[in-house]
Design a protein around this ligand. Structure first.
Ligand SMILES: [Zn+2]
Length: 122
């Protein structure tokens, strides 16, 4: 089992007991190290550390990967959303696609609803 370090730049500055390590007269607060983290795709020990990273590196990251410089468009072709209505007693009609732009509804089975790969979006 390999342990990895939290990538939060200030992780070691938060004074929690689990971060305090070392021998009696040589203790330091240290960056958390675990086999698994739950934030930022497994890179941060908690939300604060993830937000610290964003605050410190977001400008560099955007410069590196490219900024959005014009509006993106979600067109009718790609505006289909899966939805359900528990108020509908008839199970056959409980699930449906709804188009976020035209508001058109199209029927959907529960199986299709749960199938993450099934979509009408082009
Ligand atoms: Zn951390």
């Amino acid at each position: 089992m390999t342990l990895k370090f939290c990538q939060g730049p200030d992780c070691h500055t938060y004074n929690t007991n689990d971060r305090l390590k070392g021998q009696k007269d040589n203790k330091t607060y240290q960056t958390r190290r675990r086999s698994n983290f739950y934030y930022g795709r497994g890179n941060f020990c908690d939300r604060r550390c993830m937000e610290d990273w964003v605050a410190q590196y977001v400008e560099q990251a955007l410069d590196h990967f490219g900024r959005t410089t014009q509006a993106k468009h979600l067109t009718e072709d790609s505006a289909w959303i899966k939805d359900y209505d528990w108020g509908i007693d008839d199970e056959q009609n409980r699930y449906f696609f709804i188009n976020a732009i035209t508001k058109e509804r199209r029927p959907l089975t529960e199986q299709q609803y749960n199938d993450r790969t099934y979509t009408l979006n082009g």
